[in-house]
Design a protein around this ligand. Sequence first.
Ligand code: SF4
Length: 311
Amino acid sequence: MVDGMRTATDPGADAPVSPPPATPAPGARRASLSPSRAADFMQCPLLYRFRVVDRLPEAPSAAAVRGTVVHAVLERLFDLPPEQRTAPAARGMVAAQWEALREREPDVAALFPDGDPAPLQEWLLSAEALLERYFQLEDPRRLEPAGREVRVEALLDDGLVLRGIVDRLDVAPSGDLRVVDYKTGKAPSQLFEAKALFQMRFYALVLWRLKGVVPRQLQLVYLGSGDVLRYTPDEAELLATERKVKALWAAIERATAAGDWRPSPGKLCKWCDHQVRCPAFGGTPPPLPEGAVPLPVEPVAPAAPDDVRPG
Ligand code: SF4
């Protein structure tokens, strides 16, 4: 952990390293890629199709929803004055954040059907336990994040927009950036470490292109196991990430043009909601929906070079 981080609005708001491409016409839409969707395509092109092209719903899991609640508490914890950022205060926010989520997304209530309150209580306690562990890893009274749930996006020189949401962004008095991501699972096996690292390098690349500064540190906080993993990226590594992202995008465009979304079965299939319609498991994909948007595109809203804002 880098202590002494403080609120800072923009210590390194230089122009982007690459000259920005011509601004698209207002109202136009342009291709964009997030680390999650990039990871989907790397894992399995057919999974990408089901999520991005077909936009098929997936059942919320108790673990994923717990992660949403824990992230919401960790975001709001920093609304409190430093001396009030305690473990009891965090635990006390869990039930309210669950209720708020249930109002926003009523489907999550199906995880705990009416009748027996015990499973919900146990689940809420498990979220509190994760937050309790957070306090063993960091002291939020000594931190003043520059941003929480920060939306970041950067336009690459080939017109592709990279976007994502960073859990927490810290800025040191020296101007050094630290990108922090909370994971409610355990520290990764090699299988997942590459995925987590790719996500962090992706964010670092976006911030570098946006701010002209390579983040000093990428920090993954694993609340499930109480581990903190730290990485120090460098320009060569981020250039390699950029090449990888561009190659990935080219592969997505080729798959889109050919309508060729192949299944790529692997260990992660056991967590896939779409086995029933996957040829690798004896299923048949549905026809592509009429008018489907084959690539993730967003309305044009060019970000200013220093458009890193607290969420
Ligand atoms: S079950 Fe496996 S191979 Fe099939 S779509 Fe899901 S991730 Fe891909």
